[in-house]
Design a protein around this ligand. Structure first.
Ligand SMILES: Nc1nc2c(c(=O)[nH]1)N[C@H]1C(S)=C(S)[C@@H](COP(=O)(O)O)O[C@H]1N2
Ligand SMILES: [Mo]
Length: 466
């Protein structure tokens, strides 16, 4: 069979350019199947140019022998073994891993991308290939065999732990956790007044089942005790193995009590949804801090230490902080605001898409809702008339322990469309276990960096004529 590079497959993303997909190492030209797809043409086109696996993980109907048989009829070749092209030498990003073309790319170098919003709520757990990706630097190439996690104990003694040692020495712990970037929904802030940062839509948030060891167990092994946090503010600092050209690594820290409190679920994760941690998500080891902003979930973890000071990293000190709408780039003083840790309550509509045309009669609205700090979501209200009248959405997904609700709830509402309407202004808002609510508009929470964007989410759709 002829062999194709992933980039070549990626160029076949439309009926005009023909539609190619891969499954395992095999390449298929499914152009002629697109109209025949039982789930509809738009759904199958989402996979165009890339792997079928994450979609088949979402839509379980595909795990039947006859589906593979149908696919075989369209085989046109096989994926060529990965090789570095000459043209990319000298580019610090040339070693980045391949990514699924269904992702909406906000920045290529460094790689930042979110899945199409309507896919987010198709599955409680986000398939790894579609999980949002937020990198500040090139993805480091880490050799798992020689990898050692450095853990600085009390008095400065440094332990070097290999992966097999970590897995052998500490019990495996699994937690379902939603990660959200501080910049999720930033583009809505920019519509009020331009902010500085990547223009994320509503999908810089995803959920996975993470497997690894408890940070608490590793710190205890290094000689730390829970009570040590009580003597004064302490912080657990993390350093990534991704470095900028001057050799400065990505870094962040969390309060000591977040890491060491009884029942703390902070993980050093080596597994994501039952698979080895993918390179984009921190292979071979990353921090997962449930309930805390994405930025502290340090990937490609190289070093852990405990300090009376927060991480000196740029991203801890001079970024990922919230400010008043009154503060601009001339007046901002980053020392005056605390680093974001737990995030506020959040929800968004993922389906229908903004500007969609929907049939009259009945409408189903879908979305996600989540809050930081383990505060569960207790309710989601949805309005079809811009917030004048409300209905309570049905929550789906795992119910979680109070105070340890680390993962989102998905929600949906099916309601009659108001008769005579030509347009619907759909709005959603969530309430968390502390009865925190989302602000109704963006203006009062606008901030120069466009973080913490959690106003009521609004989507306007047009009604198709009868
Ligand atoms: N080492 C390292 N860790 C990192 C980052 C990074 O650039 N380097 N980005 C952070 C940010 S801002 C976010 S939102 C999350 C994103 O995690 P994900 O790419 O697995 O979704 O990783 C965090 N951890
Ligand atoms: Mo982030």
């Amino acid at each position: 069979a002829p062999s194709s590079a992933p980039e070549e497959v990626g160029r076949h993303r439309s009926l005009a350019e023909r539609v190619w997909v891969t499954y395992g190492r095999e390449v298929f030209d499914i152009t002629d199947f697109v109209e025949l797809h039982p789930g509809g043409k738009s759904k199958v086109l989402l996979a165009a140019g890339g792997a079928l696996e994450p979609f088949w993980a979402m839509y379980a109907v595909h795990s039947q022998a006859h589906v593979l048989e149908i696919l075989q009829a369209y085989k046109v070749g096989e994926l060529s073994p990965e090789e570095q092209s000459q043209a990319t030498q000298g580019d610090p990003y040339s070693g980045d891993p391949p990514r699924h073309p269904a992702l909406q790319v906000n920045s290529l170098k460094p790689f930042n991308a979110e899945p199409p919003a309507e896919l987010l709520t198709e599955n409680y757990l986000t398939p790894n290939q579609l999980f949002f990706k937020r990198n500040h630097l090139p993805v480091p190439a880490v050799d798992a065999a020689s990898y050692r996690l450095q853990v600085e104990g009390p008095g400065g003694r440094v332990l070097a732990l290999s992966l097999p040692e970590l897995k052998r020495r500490f019990p495996k712990h699994e937690v379902t956790v939603t990660l959200q970037c501080a910049g999720n929904r930033r583009s809505e802030m920019s519509r009020v007044r331009q902010v500085k940062g990547l223009e994320w839509g509503v999908a810089a948030i995803s959920t996975a089942r993470w497997g690894g060891v408890r940070l608490r167990d590793v710190l205890a092994h290094a000689g730390y005790r829970e009570e040590e946090g009580e003597a004064g503010e302490q912080h657990v600092c993390f350093e990534g193995l991704d470095k900028d050209l001057s050799g400065v690594a990505y870094g962040a820290s969390i309060p000591y009590r977040t890491a060491m409190g009884r029942g703390a679920d902070v993980l050093l994760a080596y597994e994501m949804n039952g698979e080895e941690l993918p390179r984009d998500h921190g292979y071979p080891l990353r921090v997962v801090v449930p309930g805390v902003v994405g930025a502290r979930n340090v990937k490609w973890l190289g070093r852990v230490s405990v300090s009376p000071e927060e991480s000196p990293s740029h991203w801890q000190q001079n970024d990922y902080k919230g400010f008043s709408p009154a503060v601009d780039w001339d007046t901002v003083d980053f020392t005056t605001a605390p680093a974001i840790q737990e995030l506020p309550v959040q929800s968004a509509i993922t389906d229908p898409a903004p500007g969609a045309t929907v049939p009259p009669g009945e409408l189903t609205v879908k979305g996600y809702a989540w809050s930081g700090g383990g505060r569960g979501v207790v309710r989601v209200d949805v309005s079809l008339d811009g917030g004048r009248t409300w209905r309570v959405a049905e929550l789906t997904g795992e119910e979680q322990q109070p105070g340890r609700a680390w993962a989102w709830r998905l929600w949906q509402l099916t309601a009659p469309v108001p008769p005579g309407a030509t347009e619907l202004d759909i709005v959603c808002k969530a309430v968390d276990a502390s009865y925190n609510v989302q602000p109704d508009t963006v203006e009062p929470i606008w901030n120069l960096r466009g973080v913490l964007s959690n106003a009521w989410h609004r989507v306007t759709v047009t009604l198709a004529e009868d």
